[in-house]
Design a protein around this ligand. Structure first.
Ligand code: ZN
Length: 236
């Protein structure tokens, strides 16, 4: 990805975007958004990074592992570590047997009328939502320089293919809200230069992760994982 400097007011950077803690008084980590395990190696250059408190950074780790392992299992149709296309999912499923068993239990197998074997998977939605919200806060902050400390009004995610045709069209088009991002924000720079932008989406890794951040005047963050899972987090 292209490196983009930002010039947003430094006072906006005083808090941990997850817990609202005063960052100057806390141990901090530089956290990648999106979470690196959601991407494939080799990782893109200049991945977005935000400074967050260490407790928050580490606090998401189990849910992130769950999401990576669950998504990998759904995409490959199995919890078998050797069948995963994402090496991170493979590693987690291989080393964390209880998580693998838990994901395996969430799978239901059935036969279609034509005799095909199919699987459906029941996600632990709260865990997925926590990771999506974490990434959405990171994207909003990185692009707009805006810490979204309040609880969002909407968080949802579902497979892209389950959206209706109209729903898919609306989701895919971040649209022009008529509001312009703040001068000096990374999103304004992207709009002016086209850096990593395609149809309003920031492409982090082709086919693996993309996101959009729009303001209307609330903040709406959309994410697509592995061109499979569509997600949206909104603050009105
Ligand atoms: Zn924090």
């Amino acid at each position: 990805m292209k490196h983009i400097d930002e010039f947003v007011d430094e006072r906006q950077q005083a808090w941990c975007i997850h817990c609202g803690g005063w960052i100057a008084e806390l141990d901090t980590n530089r956290d990648h958004v999106p979470t690196k395990t959601l991407l494939h190696k080799p990782f893109p250059e200049n991945l977005p990074v935000v400074k967050v408190c260490k407790d928050c950074n580490e606090g998401f780790s189990l849910d992130e592992q769950y999401l990576v392992a669950f998504l990998g299992s759904v995409l490959s149709g199995t919890t078998d570590p050797s069948a995963q296309s994402n090496p991170a999912a493979s590693r987690i499923l291989r080393t964390n047997e209880s998580l693998r068993a838990r994901i395996e239990q969430s799978k239901t197998t059935y036969r279609t009328i034509s005799g095909e074997t199919r699987h459906v998977w029941k996600p632990e939605q709260m865990r997925i939502d926590r990771v999506l919200l974490k990434n959405a806060r990171g994207h909003a902050f990185f692009e707009n320089g805006e810490p979204m400390l309040s609880e969002p009004d909407i968080v949802w995610s579902r497979p892209l293919e389950t959206l209706t045709a109209e729903g898919r069209d609306a989701f895919e088009d971040p649209g022009d809200s008529g509001f312009w991002p703040e001068v000096g924000s990374r999103m304004m720079t992207r709009i002016m230069t086209g850096h990593d932008l395609s149809g309003g989406w920031v492409i982090v890794q082709e086919g693996v992760y993309r996101y959009s951040v729009t303001q209307d005047p609330g903040i709406r963050v959309r994410m697509v994982l592995s061109e499979y899972l569509a997600a949206e987090v909104c603050w009105d």
